[in-house]
Design a binder for this molecule. Structure first.
Ligand code: CP
Ligand code: NVA
Length: 320
C-alpha cells in the first residue's frame, strides 16, 4: 500500500472514499495470492478485538480468518459477555482494549456507540455494521462488481431494491465515490438519511455518478447491470416486522424483475437472505447470482482493510 497517511478508523465508507480503487486492487491481489496458496504475514503478532452486539456469520468469520491469514489473531467478544453488557462505559472499554490489541472492530446497534468507541480508542476502530452503515460490506460488494466489469464502474448501473438501510447508505456513498450509477427503488418512508444522501450527492458530483431514487422496482431494474437487495427487517428493526413486511411486499427480486435487467446482469445480496421475502429461491439458487462470490470477497476485502488500518505506525490520540 502507498505511504500516504492511512485513515485512523473506518467508521463510514467515506473514511476510505478516495482509497477505494487502491483497496479493491489490493484485495484482488490478496485474493489471487490466497488462491495460489500464498499468504504473507503482514500483521504478524497483531491482535484484533471484535465486539459484537448482534449476530454475524460472514463479518465475524471473515475478520477472524483474515487476521489468521495475515499472521495475526482475532478475539471474538460478545457484548453480552463483556462488562460492557453490565454497564461499563464504551469509553472505559476502549481505553482498556487499546492497551491489549492493535485494532477493534465493532458491530453495534447504534452508530453513535461506534463513534464513541473510536473517540476513546488509541487503536483503529472498524465499523462491522451499525444502524447507519456497513462499510466493510461495501468494499466487498464493489470488489465483486469490479471483478465482473473488468475494473470499470463508469458506464454501469446498479439497481437497489428494498430498504434504505445501513447497507444502502454505505453503498450510496461507495458507488458515488467510484463513479457507479445507482438507482434505488425504496418505498415511501424508508428512504436513506438525508445527510447520507447529501454526502453521496457531493461525492457523485465529483465522480460523475448518477444517483436516482424511485418507488418503482421495475423502473430501477430496467436495463440495469446488476440488482442488489437486502432484508426487509434489519437487526434492530424487529419491532416493525409486520408493517415492514407490508411496506416491502412489491420489493422482491424474482425472475420477473430480473428479466427486466440486462441479460448480462447479476444479483447481489449481502446475506443472510430471507428466502421468499426480498429474494426468491429461484433467483438465489439460479445461475445469475453473484452472492457467493460476494460473500467470499468479504474475506479479501477485510484483509485489504486490515492492512490499511493496522499496518504499524505511530498513533497517539487523546480525547479533548
Ligand atoms: N453480510 C453480513 O454482514 O453478514 P453477517 O451478518 O453474517 O456478518
Ligand atoms: N441490513 C442488515 C444487514 C445484515 C448484514 C441488518 O442490519 O440486519
Amino acid at each position: 500500500m502507498p505511504s500516504r497517511s492511512p485513515p485512523t478508523d473506518l467508521l463510514s465508507i467515506r473514511d476510505v472514499a478516495d482509497r477505494l480503487p487502491e483497496l479493491l486492487r489490493h484485495a484482488a491481489r490478496l485474493k489471487a495470492e490466497r488462491r495460489r496458496g500464498r499468504l504473507t504475514p503482514t500483521l504478524r503478532g497483531q491482535n484484533l478485538a471484535m465486539i459484537f452486539e448482534k449476530p454475524s456469520t460472514r463479518t465475524r468469520t471473515s475478520f477472524e480468518v483474515a487476521m489468521n491469514d495475515l499472521g495475526g489473531h482475532a478475539l471474538y467478544l460478545s457484548s453480552r459477555d463483556l462488562q460492557l453488557g453490565r454497564g461499563e462505559t464504551i469509553a472505559d472499554t476502549a481505553r482498556v482494549l487499546s492497551r491489549y490489541v492493535n485494532g477493534v472492530c465493532y458491530r453495534a446497534y447504534r452508530h453513535v456507540d461506534v463513534v464513541e468507541l473510536a473517540r476513546w480508542s488509541e487503536v483503529p476502530v472498524i465499523n462491522a455494521l451499525d444502524d447507519v452503515e456497513h462499510p466493510c460490506q461495501i468494499v466487498a460488494d464493489l470488489l465483486t462488481m469490479w471483478e465482473r466489469w473488468k475494473g470499470k464502474f463508469r458506464g454501469h448501473r446498479l439497481a437497489w431494491i428494498g430498504d434504505g438501510n445501513n447497507v444502502l447508505q454505505s453503498l450510496l456513498l461507495g458507488a458515488a465515490a467510484v463513479g457507479l450509477d445507482l438507482t434505488a427503488a425504496i418505498p415511501e418512508g424508508y428512504r436513506p438519511l438525508p445527510e447520507i444522501v447529501t454526502a453521496a450527492e457531493a461525492l457523485a458530483g465529483r465522480s460523475g455518478a448518477h444517483l436516482v431514487f424511485t418507488t418503482d422496482p421495475a423502473e430501477a431494474a430496467r436495463q440495469a447491470d446488476a440488482l442488489y437487495t437486502d432484508v426487509w427487517v434489519s437487526m434492530g428493526d424487529e419491532a416493525e416486522e409486520t408493517q415492514r413486511k407490508e411496506a416491502f411486499r412489491g420489493y422482491r427480486i424474482d425472475d420477473a424483475l430480473l428479466s427486466r435487467a440486462l441479460p448480462s446482469a447479476f444479483v447481489l445480496h449481502d446475506l443472510p437472505a430471507h428466502r421468499g421475502q426480498e429474494i426468491t429461491d429461484s433467483v438465489l439458487d439460479g445461475p445469475r447470482v453473484a452472492v457467493w462470490d460476494q460473500a467470499e470477497n468479504r474475506l479479501h476485502a477485510q484483509k485489504a482493510i486490515l492492512e490499511l488500518l493496522l499496518a504499524p505506525r505511530p498513533r497517539s490520540r487523546r480525547p479533548a
